[in-house]
Design a protein around this ligand. Sequence first.
Ligand code: TMP
Ligand code: ASP
Length: 237
Amino acid sequence: MEKVELIYEGKAKKLWSTKDKDRLIVEFKDDLTAFNAQKKSQEAGKGALNCEISADLFDLLAQNGIRTHLIERIDATHQLVKRVDIIKIEVVIRNIATGSLTRRLGIKEGTKLPFALAELYYKDDRLEDPIINDEHAQIMNLATQNEINALKDIGRKINGVLSAFFADRALTLVDFKVEFGRGDYGEILLSDEISPDSCRFWDARSGEKLDKDRFRQDLGGVKVAYEEVLKRIKDKR
Ligand code: TMP
Ligand code: ASP
């Protein structure tokens, strides 16, 4: 399957049409952005790392009953995916308080939450992806209440699968963001990516951050951290 036309360019990925109207090609870029692209950089090889990490995690989730848009990884930086009608809601699942949760509510950094917290954000760069609740999502016709319930349920199920998988690899899944689309029959499909750009991973022993916080907080060693995450995914223990 080959790229035909560029149909969308986001901060970290490009989306191409193919000869098959039901299939798209996703290209993972080396661009790194944070704080709604107020901070920008590039990291050679980052696109390939996220392409492989995300494909491996989507395969793992598919094996655990989560439906995804992924058909196959084509090469180092490209994936073939089903075309979906993207739902303009970002679902964030949190196990430990950090990032915007601590800033917004003053919950102490590193607090283990009593249950996995599901949050919704309106996917709109112009508005800087504001946090919303179920009723906002319904009023704005982003999704039905049944769909919102499904997004949170699937988000929590993903959290269960990935938390256990990474715990076996001495990584703590602190929080992550996922996006979904509707397939041909309205079925909800996990879309976009799951990678160190969209998750927080802390080394279970040292607490070292192995994700995009290294870029957000100028800690250095971004690529080494992403390589370490991929290595642990591949590490069958
Ligand atoms: P936050 O603490 O900054 O709200 O981030 C929560 C999680 O969501 C974290 O794992 C990073 C991820 N995330 C994205 O993938 N994209 C975004 O635009 C933001 C703000 C967070
Ligand atoms: N993804 C957002 C950006 O690129 C924010 C973030 O991940 O911190 O600006």
